[in-house]
Design a protein around this ligand. Structure first.
Ligand code: ASP
Length: 433
């Protein structure tokens, strides 16, 4: 971060003069230890974490709106459409690899709990109906009332409106009529200024990140840490092994290095803050401002990342896909006592991919959509059933699983966009040296 020139001393001075990543990593470790040691005595720090999340949400819609208007207005609509289709295809097709990784890890580790003698878990029964139908997810892309969509932070609708708005500016900027051309230019410059100001605000918010990270992690470890025992520990091992494998082998070695021909070290340096923000906030949506900032730093063209990153925060959720694969295996081993047949695996591959598209980028969004996959698989979570008991258990440790999967969700957008723009020749390679 920009620390040069600041010369205060003491704790305050140390705080602002130390590299941001170092501060965040210290906060992560100290937060986890504090949560494990002090348990419920430390949960009072939760509001400090909420401040961080609220600040990120505060800036989220303005970030999307300003950068996306500028992005869409800077390219010809034809070019935008061409890149958009590629980005969508990459986001959707790679989900299959992610679900497959989760299923594979589940097959290797075989996580399960013994459900004999477990009482009624009726309180979770109603949850299945809460998952929205997929058709509604698609219809929700078109807002009926843009102000309402902004107020409720419905990202896909906001993206749709903003792309239309930016594209109209792009078209007007190319017309021969001086008056409309000037008007479009003025609006473009206005949003360009807004985008710069908001990116500056994001940098300011990140100065608070270490405190937020400490509080968020302490709270998760204080509340969920103790529940990780027995069979559930195996679910954590399964999921995190799959996450790690996916990051190292798929993202770094195959995508970044082999397909993109990019430096792994440079990629990690560029994307680390986005990963950590996803990890601790457990929300792709909240991480958006930081992901955008990383994209800028990594030299991704603004006209691509301005729409592809908000879109990715909604539909590109490889971490959630991995989790769904692993969680389904846990459910079937626990309830049926066996894994999946080949045809059931195909159902899971397709349904989990669709489910990740419909998953909201908020904490626990993926656990909710898991219900849809389980229902399609013939394992509905209904009151008093073994499925409800197993689901309740996995939900108890969801905060832990969610940290890993959201980190992956967030970093995945940066992986695919770096590789795509490198191959298209639009990545600013000066930033990779
Ligand atoms: N928390 C995840 C995200 O925001 C979604 C999930 O729960 O899987 O990306």
């Amino acid at each position: 971060m920009e620390n040069a020139g600041k010369k205060s001393s003491g704790l305050f001075g140390w705080y602002f003069n130390t590299n941001l990543l170092v501060r965040i990593l210290i906060a992560l470790v100290v937060g986890a230890l504090a949560g494990i040691i002090f348990q419920e005595k430390i949960v009072w720090v939760q509001p400090l974490g909420q401040i961080f999340i609220r600040l990120l949400f505060m800036i989220m819609v303005p970030v999307i709106f300003s950068t996306l208007v500028v992005g869409a207005a800077s390219v010809s609509p034809k070019q935008l459409g061409k890149v958009g289709v590629r980005v969508m295809l990459i986001y959707v097709l790679t989900s299959f690899v992610a679900v497959g990784t989760g299923l594979l890890a589940g097959g290797i580790f075989k996580p399960r709990v013994d459900l004999k003698g477990i009482a009624d878990f009726g309180e979770y029964a109603g949850k299945a109906s809460e998952a929205p139908p997929l058709s509604q997810t698609f219809l929700n892309i078109i807002p009926t009332n843009i102000v309402d969509f902004v107020a409720r932070q419905q990202l896909l609708g906001i993206i749709f409106f903003t792309i239309c708005f930016g594209t109209a500016i792009a078209m007007l900027r190319e017309t021969g009529n001086e008056r409309t051309k000037n008007a479009a230019e003025t609006v473009f410059n206005f949003f360009d200024g807004c985008a710069e100001i908001i990116i500056k605000m994001v940098k300011g918010i990140m100065e608070y990140a270490p405190i937020g990270v400490f509080a968020l992690i302490a709270h998760v470890f204080a509340t969920a840490g103790a529940r990780v025992v027995g069979g559930l520990a195996m679910v954590v091992v399964t999921s995190f092994s799959a996450y790690l494998f996916y990051i190292v082998v798929w993202y770094l070695l195959i995508c970044v290095k082999m397909i993109g021909g990019l430096s792994i070290g440079r990629f990690v340096m560029g994307a680390k803050e986005a990963f950590i923000t996803g990890f601790v906030t457990r929300s792709s949506a909240a991480s958006l401002p930081v992901t955008m900032q990383c994209a800028e730093k990594m030299g991704l063209p603004r006209d691509v990342y301005s729409f592809a990153i908000p879109l990715g925060a909604n539909i590109n959720m490889d971490g959630t896909a991995i989790y769904q694969g692993a969680a389904v295996m846990f459910m079937t081993y626990s309830v049926w006592g066996q894994g999946l047949t080949a045809s059931q695996m195909v159902i899971v591959l397709i349904m989990s991919t669709l489910a990740t598209i419909g998953t909201a980028g908020v904490p626990g969004g993926g656990a909710l959509m898991l219900l849809m996959v389980l229902t399609q698989l013939g394992l509905p979570v209904e009151a008093g059933t073994a499925a409800a008991a197993a689901y309740a258990m996995i939900l108890g440790i969801d905060a832990l699983l969610d940290m890993g999967r959201t980190g992956i969700n967030v970093v995945g957008d940066l992986v695919y966009l770096s590789v795509l723009t490198k191959r298209m020749g639009t990545l600013d390679m000066a930033k990779w040296r």
